[in-house]
Every structure is written in C-alpha cells, then in structure tokens.
Ligand binder design. Structure first.
Ligand SMILES: Cc1ncc(COP(=O)(O)O)c(C=O)c1O
Length: 429
C-alpha cells in the first residue's frame, strides 16, 4: 500500500484485522507470507468463483482448503443448513441428522464400523491417537516428514532430517517431552518405518499417515507403500491410522482406503464430511472405538460435537457425491495437469505436477517429488511469483508452494481452459 494511495475497502479490513489477529489472520497460511502481496478479504462465493471486498472476482482453487468439493453455496447444502438453523439447535443431545451422516460415512468406508464426531480435524487426529495408545498400551507414534495432522502438541513434530529419530518440537510452546513421543519417518520409504520399529521395539502404538500426502503439496503414495505400512504395523502390533481429512470423499467416495484398497485400523476425517462447516470425526473397528467414553476408558467430549448444522451440511454434500462427480473431477484434474505441463514446457519452465484426482500441486522442479526432502528442493520463490501473476489474472491459488489445489464439481471445462491460459502467461513472466 503506497503512502497517499486511496485505501480500498479490502485494505481497510486488512488493517483492522492486523490490529486484532496475530499476523492479521485466524490461520497462518491466510496471511500470504509465503507468496507476498496483500491477502484478499473475501466476502462471497458462488460455484467456482469468489468475490473480494472490492468486487473483484477470482476463479477459486483454494476451496476453503478442501471441504468445498461442490464449490461455494451449492443450493442443496444451503437449503439443508437453513432448515437445520431454523430447527433451533444445537441441543446438547443426539439428533437424527448425525445418525444419518454417521451411517453414510460407514456405508462409504466399511472400515469405520463406529465413529465419533468432533469439531475439527485436529481434534479427530489427536483423539484417534489417544485410542491407539489405549488399545496398544504403548506411547510412541510414527508420523511422516511433511505430513500434517492438525496442531495438537505431539503432532507438530519437526519435518527434518532425523529419520526414525525422536523428534524435536516444530513449534514454540511444545514441551520436548511431548514431541519426543513422535518418531519421524520418510514418506514413500517403508524402510524408514521399519527402522522406527526396530529402534523402539514394542513401543510404537501407531503409524499415522496421509494416504495421499497433501500438506507438502500433493505427493501420491508409491505403488505398494500403503500396503507395506499395513504389513509393517500388523507385524509389529501397532495400529495403522489413515488421516483422510483431505482425502476422505475427495480421492474417491470411500477415500484413499477405497482408491488404494488398503484398510486402516482407524480413520481420521474432516473437511468434506462437514460440507464447509466445522467438523471432524474419527472411527474404526468397533472394538477399538468402544474404548471411547462412555463405552470405554478413553475420555473425549465436545460441547458442539455433532453440531446439527454441520451434520446437515455434510450429509447434503455426501448425497451429491455419486460416481459421476468423481469421474468428472478425475477428467478435469487430468486436463488441468496436462494443460499446465504443456504451458510450462512452452514457456521453457521446468515444473512437475503431483496429482490424485481433483487434488493437484505444481512443483517448480523437474520431477514430481516423492518425499518431503524432494518437495523442499522445489523453487518456492518461483511459485510465489507464479502465484502473484495468477492472482493478478483472476485465479486464486492456495498461497503456498506446499499446498494442494482443490478442484470442485462447480469448475467447468472453460474454467480449466482459462486457468491454463493464465498459467501460460504466468509461467512466462
Ligand atoms: C490431513 C489433515 N489432517 C488434519 C488437519 C487438521 O484439520 P483442522 O484444520 O480441521 O483442525 C488437516 C487440515 O488441513 C489436514 O489436512
């Protein structure tokens, strides 16, 4: 903002937000620190488009970071939310809509025999690991470098080079003793997981994994990787926890476990199952979930858990997600990937794309990365310039190089073509 320049409505809100919220935001990536420039103040969305406070429209690939698989304000979801708000909840009691959503999830993911709704993915992952520790009477958890499972203390383990070593906290304020309960392994490298089991025999309660890594940019599982995790955990008496907060109802209706035919012991969910409202869930085999209070000794509770408005939004969303939607998302994703790669090649840019269905990341490096070390080798500065050019052309990408872009059912072939045209210019700039 230059001195003396007219302050736009968006800039005025940015100033007020900066005075109120740490870094001006209520979740760090929204501050645009990784890409620079002024983060937009967004006032409305419809379909695949969002509008900022100054009336500019953008084609949206943020998708609220994953929940909006139908795009913004799909009328079935809006109608369901309106009905539920008018019904007067929440009630601090069980409602029909949470039963119906729970059954819809169980139908789509048969490994989830029982589940518990919570209010965020963070809560869900944290609670699932509490169950895993109780079930195995072990303390340690293996997570992967570059994997994100929310901001619970023990899961903020540093993404660094210490393979299969006790991790250091990646955030200030996390007690080293808590972080030391988390071991780090390398994504797509089963040997690093085997090493964790060998170095800590009889101590690992669970391996938690994003079955398609999406929080270091999209990194698909190598053939056989998830199967190896299944075999290693079973052999060592540990539980396999799939964090499907992003992949659930995204890479297939039944999530990554359906797409790759690997069955976890516990599943963590969020995002799409709340249709854009705050939600999370964790579930799995009945005998594991029956450890949760009041059925069992693992305490976990929530004032707003199973909030009827969130349940109704999730149920209305899931009802729209038939095979046709996934087929179309797959085709749109493939077209976008091919178009972006061609546009980059024409501009003489070395980029690669990591993609599974409607989840996609452009990496500014020649080969698609297979793990976090390779992700870190991509040119983040080039992404930042690309992001600014795309935003200037009316295409809103997630504001960091290690995020997934989210296509929705509201995106059209024309939207994808427009994106590729904008990218052609942005790669060349
Ligand atoms: C895979 C994964 N797990 C857990 C979380 C945490 O979910 P929430 O932000 O709802 O707490 C996220 C959030 O992005 C996620 O992508």
């Amino acid at each position: 903002m230059s001195v003396g320049a007219k302050v736009t409505l968006g800039q005025a809100y940015l100033r007020r937000a900066s005075a109120l919220f740490p870094g001006g935001v209520n979740s760090p990536v929204r501050a645009y620190r990784a890409v620079g420039g002024e983060p937009p103040i967004v006032v409305a969305g419809e379909g695949a488009t969002v509008r900022d406070a100054d009336g500019r429209e953008y084609l949206d690939y943020v998708g609220a970071f994953g929940p909006l698989i139908l795009g913004h304000a799909p009328h079935e979801v809006v109608a369901a939310v309106r009905r539920e708000v008018e019904a007067g909840g929440p009630f601090g009691a069980t409602t029909p809509v949470e039963v119906e959503l729970g059954e819809a999830i169980r139908d789509a993911m048969p490994s989830v025999e029982r589940l518990r709704f919570v209010s965020s993915g963070t809560e869900a992952a944290m609670s699932a690991l509490r169950v895993a520790r109780a079930a195995t009477r072990r303390d340690l958890v293996v997570k992967f470098e570059g994997g994100y499972h929310g901001h619970a203390d023990g899961l903020l383990a540093r993404a660094g080079s210490g393979l299969a070593t006790l991790s250091l906290p990646a955030s200030a304020g996390v007690a080293p003793g808590v972080a030391a309960q988390t071991l780090l392994a390398r994504y797509n490298d089963p040997a690093s997981v085997a090493a964790a089991f060998e170095q800590h025999p009889g101590q690992v309660a669970a391996v938690i994994v994003e079955p398609v890594a999406a929080n270091m940019g999209v990194v698909p599982p190598a053939p056989g990787f998830l199967e190896e995790l299944r075999a290693l955990t079973a052999r060592n008496g540990a539980l396999l926890v799939f964090d499907e907060v992003i992949t659930g109802f995204r890479v297939a209706r039944g999530g990554a476990q359906a797409r790759y035919h690997v069955t976890p012991d516990l599943t963590v969910l969020g995002k799409i199952i709340g249709g854009g409202m705050p939600v999370g869930a964790y579930g799995g085999r009945a005998e594991l979930m029956d450890l949760v209070a009041p059925a069992g000794p693992v305490y976990q509770a929530g004032t707003l858990s199973g909030h009827p408005v969130a349940m109704a939004a999730g149920l209305a969303t899931l009802r729209q997600l038939g095979a046709g939607v996934y087929a179309r998302l797959e085709r749109l994703g493939a077209d976008l990937e091919a178009g972006l790669l061609a546009a980059a090649a024409d501009a003489g840019r070395e980029v690669s794309v990591g993609r599974v269905g409607s989840l996609l990341t452009v990496f500014f490096r020649a080969n698609a990365p297979r793990d976090f070390d390779e992700v870190e080798q991509a040119d983040a500065g080039a992404f930042a310039r690309f992001h600014r050019a795309m935003l200037g052309a009316g295409v809103m990408l997630p504001p960091a190089s290690q995020e997934a872009w989210f296509l929705s059912a509201a995106h059209t072939d024309r939207d994808v073509e427009r994106t590729i045209e904008a990218a052609r210019a942005a790669f060349g700039s």
